[in-house]
Design a protein around this ligand. Structure first.
Ligand code: ADP
Ligand code: ZN
Length: 295
């Protein structure tokens, strides 16, 4: 049985075909330009591939409320050509199959909890630190949507005592994204993040912000595992720094078996950057089952 995956990102669209076990059989990348140019290429890729359903994990903000007239739309994105674009409706109309839909980060989290290292867990977080910062939450076995969807990247930060940086977020200045996303690192140090690899101070400050956000998440939603992805997390030295700071900031307040094995609690993504498209396959499978049930 074949399913389609569309991981819709602000710079590229990854399209893929997978089977019912989440195995990816083929994939391709299409640049994100504007809907009139990009969507026909995506549709052309899936046409004739005999997929039973499609799953879309999409950059946001998106409308995930099924009862809403704009369900399946990309809503107020700063990428203006994509604002108020009906991505689910467009794909449904073109392919006439069930189309599952969620945020990009919930897609990656779903990939990890279905096929990856968080398999079987009911409570987990996926945080990506890249061009922006975003996070997906699974709580009691369900991906959290709420009134919109979580926007973990914009939680307020307490500045590191040695950090005078004002922050890169046009809305909040010193929020997590404003202090810790790739562009914030590059603006603060006037260098590409990758060229700062050997500068310990850079990663000490970076870990401070990420750890602070994880402590807030641990105290609020009590995840059984935290998965960190995105370009910035390619700096692997961040992991031990973040783990150490999380324990330091919690200061012994929580005692759980997960926290006592912190190397397996705060972990890198495990599916070789395929967690997003594998999550899309699961979104497709779930949507097919849901539509089958309602018939
Ligand atoms: P996106 O968030 O656009 O999907 P990425 O997750 O790859 O893409 O994030 C891109 C950002 O990550 C860039 O701003 C860059 O600064 C940073 N980045 C990419 N690769 C590395 C690396 N090896 N080390 C540190 N930072 C990196
Ligand atoms: Zn912000």
């Amino acid at each position: 049985m074949l399913y389609g995956a569309l991981e819709a990102g602000g710079t590229k669209m990854v399209v893929a075909i997978g089977d019912e076990n989440g195995k990816i059989l083929e994939q391709k990348s299409i640049p994100t330009v504007e809907p009139d140019i990009t969507m026909p290429k995506i549709i052309e890729y899936f046409e004739g591939k005999d997929i039973r359903a499609l799953g879309i994990a999409c950059f946001g903000p998106v409308d995930l409320r099924r009862e809403s007239p704009t369900y399946g739309y990309i809503t107020t994105t700063p990428k203006l050509k994509w604002a108020n674009f009906d991505i689910v409706g467009t794909m449904k109309k073109a392919l006439s199959i069930p189309v599952g839909f969620d945020t990009d980060v919930n897609g990656s989290l779903l990939g990890e909890v279905t096929y990856g290292q968080a398999k079987g867990l009911t409570d987990a977080v996926y945080l990506t630190i890249g061009t922006g910062v975003g996070g997906g939450i699974l709580s009691n076995g369900k991906l959290v949507h709420g009134m919109l969807h979580p926007e973990l990247g914009h939680m307020k930060m307490v500045a590191h005592p040695d950090d005078k940086y004002k922050g890169h977020c046009p809305f909040h200045g010193q929020c997590l994204e404003g202090m810790a996303a790739g562009p914030a690192i590059e603006d603060r140090w006037s260098k590409k993040a990758i060229e700062l690899k050997d500068d310990d101070k850079v990663w000490e400050i970076e870990a401070w912000y990420i750890a602070q956000s994880l402590v807030t998440l641990i105290l609020t939603i009590s995840p059984q595992k935290i998965i960190l992805g995105g370009g910035v997390m390619h700096q692997e030295q961040l992991f031990p720094l973040i783990r150490g700071k999380v324990l330091e900031m919690l200061n012994g307040y929580l005692k759980t078996k997960e926290l006592s094995d912190i190397d397996n609690y705060i972990v890198p993504a495990s599916l070789h950057d395929d967690q997003g498209i594998m999550g899309c396959i699961k979104l497709a499978i779930d949507e097919e089952a849901l539509e089958g049930k309602s018939k």
